[in-house]
Design a protein around this ligand. Sequence first.
Ligand SMILES: *Cc1c(COP(=O)(O)O)cnc(C)c1O
Length: 371
Amino acid sequence: MPIPFNRPHLTGNEFKYIAQAHENRKLAGDGTFTKHCHAWLETNTAAKKALLTHSCTAALEMAAILIDIQPGDEIIMPSYTFVSTANAFVLRGGVPVFVDIRPDTLNIDEKLIEAAITPKTKAIVPVHYAGVGCEMDVIMDIAKRHNLYVIEDAAQGLMSTYKGKALGAIGHFGAISFHETKNVISGEGGALLINDDRFVERAEIIREKGTNRSRFFRGEVDKYTWVDIGSSYLPGELIAAFLWAQLQEAEEITKERLRIWDQYHHELAEFERKGLIRRPIMPLHTQHNAHMYYMLFNSLEERTEAIDRMRKKEINPVFHYVPLHSSPAGLKFCRTHGSLSVTEDLADRLLRLPLWYGLQDIQTVSAAIFD
Ligand SMILES: *Cc1c(COP(=O)(O)O)cnc(C)c1O
């Protein structure tokens, strides 16, 4: 049997809730299931306000509008991330400024941020790679001293913590993804976490096409109208119904993924001792959600050989991001600050192993890497 890289997990209650939404004849956004999801996210992350979006990409775009990114404004972020981290700001005319990552966690190197700040800098966007927290205390302190916003790309970070705080609930904003490749899913889906009260009302407006419809539904105004820029960023109730089934099992999903992660970590210890690979490094003050199991080979050649060996056994490992600063759009719309040598080096040597709810073949996968 081939072993796929990802296999979306279904809890069994998705259809039941979708049928309920169907029966209620409430299919547009912000119905009962959306409210359940908002309440769950606010309770479990301690965010001041959670708003479902149709993707993490949409949540990042909302954040870029909320902090009023103007053409030429700079946003400091890692290059080793998904396209949307940068694209959300480029859409507003902003210029992502890439700095290098830490060799241990592959997260933005917080020591390089301050030197990249210019009078045009408006925000820092830490990306919690593999659901492992960035050094948020340092980043929040830099932001405070330079009057910058912090938008956490917590796409991979639901159920992870940094010093006990949920990822996504530490900066001014956090963006979460429920894409089917993440831990808790709704096919496509996301949420914006708002951790600063000042932005809540405008966030609701931007999410509802620039109207004050949310206030109208709450009976706070007697008609709704166009009051600001915005777009349609909210998912329909069928998506929210699906997501509600998943959120109710988030803890169980995380536990099962951690079981698999820990077993990989155990199986691969021997290869690390022999100097063949480096396993993930987890700082003690972060608790991760087992979003990903990756390893680093000593060279691109050794990684290519391992992929070939595994594919022959019908196992499908995959590498990850092409650093954004070397992509065609990255070259056009962004700039770098300082050397990105760690990013370039690690991107070539990283490989991710299959990790999904119910995966039993951890020994088979591990053994296939060098056999
Ligand atoms: C998955 C991911 C995104 C995009 O999420 P969508 O919900 O697909 O828009 C953004 N950033 C990171 C780091 C991701 O892993």
